[in-house]
Ligand binder design. Structure first.
Ligand SMILES: Nc1ncnc2c1ncn2[C@@H]1O[C@H](COP(=O)(O)OP(=O)(O)O)[C@@H](O)[C@H]1O
Ligand SMILES: [Mg+2]
Length: 258
């Protein structure tokens, strides 16, 4: 296996699935899904409730084991890696809800996430230089999501939207190549939603982003590529325009919306 990452162009293929399937007993939640995520690309996955969107994210994040198919990260087969190993390999998921320790400050939470990337606490304490890097990574991630002014606040005091920003900062601290975002705008007020939307757009300028989102106006505006899932299978995939114009998509999902 070569190292395609060494010379990757801006829009290089980062992650792909080949014939990915997942069954829960008799229910096939994911059917033969093959899709590609490229660097600097926002790839939105849409589909009706129960279409298998979250299952796909869980498969990519390593929380579910596929019944069939493969997942490749920069050409390397990562299908058998667990969640933690995938995080280290560069596939990071946000919005797991449980990740934030509410009594800890913003800075402490992000630093803990960064530690997963840089090594154990013991090795950090023994190496001051490493520790400085850890603080730099932490501060950069906090700045990127716009929480610098709140860096010393207990995380439990943050608003719902600010906690989402914190989760994203924690994800960024692991230095991901791929960001998996399952409905990051859910439950946001308008102002918070706009702030997170702007952040998502900015993240897609230097990561491969897989976004699951219900707000169709937003998705059609920001996505570079869209994949439509219906009953676990890919119904259509391509540019927002090609998806909008697809008769199959309109009939099965969008109705009169697009
Ligand atoms: N852990 C699970 N065990 C059993 N069935 C599941 C599990 N997770 C999802 N499913 C089923 O898989 C199908 C797809 O669910 P999901 O991926 O959550 O859809 P979406 O996110 O598109 O709404 C649904 O029928 C759901 O009930
Ligand atoms: Mg879902």
């Amino acid at each position: 296996m070569g190292d395609p990452a060494a010379t990757t162009p801006a829009n290089a293929l980062v992650l792909c699935t080949e014939g990915l399937s997942k069954s829960f007993g008799g229910l096939q939640a994911t059917r033969d899904v093959s899709l590609s995520l490229h660097r600097n690309e926002l790839h939105a996955v849409i589909g009706p409730n129960g279409a298998g969107k979250s299952t796909l994210v869980n498969l990519l994040a390593g929380e579910f084991t596929p019944s069939a198919g493969r997942i490749l990260l920069e050409g390397r087969d990562i299908t058998s890696l667990n969640v933690w190993q995938r995080t280290r390999a560069g596939v990071a998921r946000s919005f797991q809800r449980t990740n934030i320790f509410l009594p800890l400050t913003v800075h402490e939470n992000v630093r803990l996430a960064a530690q997963a990337r840089t090594g154990t606490l013991a090795s950090l304490l023994s190496r001051a230089a490493n520790s400085r890097t850890l603080f730099e990574i932490t501060d950069l991630a906090i700045e990127r999501v716009g929480l610098t002014q709140s860096r010393l606040r207990p995380s439990g005091e943050l608003s719902h939207g600010e906690q989402r920003q914190l989760e994203i900062a924690m994800t960024l601290a692991t230095d991901p190549k791929v960001l998996l975002l399952d409905e990051p705008l859910a439950g946001m007020g308008q102002e918070e939603g706009e702030r997170i939307s702007a952040l998502l757009k900015s993240l897609a300028r230097d990561h491969a982003v897989l976004l699951i989102e219900h707000d169709m106006d937003f998705v059609f505006k920001v996505a570079d590529v869209m994949t439509v899932l219906v009953e676990g299978a890919v119904l259509a995939s391509g540019t927002p325009q090609s998806v909008r114009e697809s008769a199959a998509v309109q009939a099965a999902y969008l109705g009169g919306h697009a």
